[in-house]
Design a protein around this ligand. Sequence first.
Ligand code: UD1
Length: 419
Amino acid sequence: MDKLIIQGGVPLCGEIRISGAKNAALPILAATLLTDKPVLIGNIPHLHDITTTMELLGLMGSELMLDERMNIEVNNRNVDRLYAPHDLVKTMRASILALGPLLSRYGQAQVSLPGGCTIGSRPVDLHLKGLSAMGAQIEVNDGYIHAHSRRLHGAYINFDPVTVTGTENLMMAATLADGRTVIENAAREPEVTDLANCLNTMGAHITGAGTNRIEIDGVEQLNGASYDILPDRIETGTYLVAAAMTGGKVRLKNTDPSLLEAVLQKLSEAGAHISCDGSSISLEMETGAKPRAVDINTAPFPGFPTDMQAQFTAMNCIAEGRAVITENIFNNRFMHVGELRKMGADLELAKNHVVVNGVDKLRSDTITAKDLRASACLILAGLVAQGETLVEQVYHIDRGYETIEEKLMQLGAQIKRLP
Ligand code: UD1
């Protein structure tokens, strides 16, 4: 399993390009199952989760063509295996996104239950309840969701709690349903809006995406389309935190500042100078200045994203002062805390809070990445630690960050991948 070796202490400086958003690319790839016409998707990030999704589509009978710029053309005219096996779903929970489209277009689907995962229990009960309300018959046995239906019909769905992939799954299912579906307390994440925009380009009738009430008027069929994925706000935020922690100066291109206002606000509070120019964000720390500690409270969009919590925890470890981090979305998303302590960080964990007392320096150690965003956090910690940090099990990072060590090297980091 690959490892990363990082020599800490180098301020990150320079320019890099942000990739397309993983969490938009995954549902949009699933959405291609709603049509038998070709769909061309651009700005797809080169990631393991994308490869897994392509493998899943391929198993079902999709024809996929990839060009050298990572544009993917998906043609689902010959899909005949309406099945998502456990082996693939266990490596990527987002495989559950195949359920809504398969059921809506083909009237049946068999998808493995995602089960638990390292950051919490993460059930899919709300996806299933919503599809049942639209007329699907659903049974769960032997670890599989067995769903079938005649044409789905519109329904009134009220999510509690708000769920991102749940909103996406039902929105996709509703595009081909008979009548109007209303999703109340819908997720407002930009990736939900991106999916709705893509579906509308394919001929769907969706309004209200980006608000907490989405309405979908079902149509008889969807068409092919060409669509570019929006930039990855979590990748953007991760590199900004890396620059702030190391006292650097970076410019990130091909991103969108409006996608991460809560994150930019926290970075400014931490003492970073931020300027935005169209699709670029620049961040500069004063020479020699350490970031100030900032409290974090995760919340659904437009609140502070849970996917940035671990990175801000790393920053607070070496900040001036004391911060309280509160995780409100997932019940076990502090896997990084133990590893950060090994590096000399001062953290107290109680229920869904971590109190971080900033220390002068972190020391290097051998640390293990246990989930995607925790991996990012540990790499950031390695970038400021004294000496050489070895981050093990970096396959998690490859699920969600395109060529992370190359991008960090472009910013001057001393980082190397070892097999
Ligand atoms: C998505 C993102 C993930 C992000 C998360 C929260 C993708 C592929 N993944 O995950 O990166 O961290 O949103 O922003 O887009 N819940 C239920 N029942 C359900 C569904 C969810 O109780 O049927 C609960 C979850 O346990 C969690 C909360 O709802 O406590 C929010 O989860 P959800 O928004 O569904 O996260 P994902 O869509 O899995």
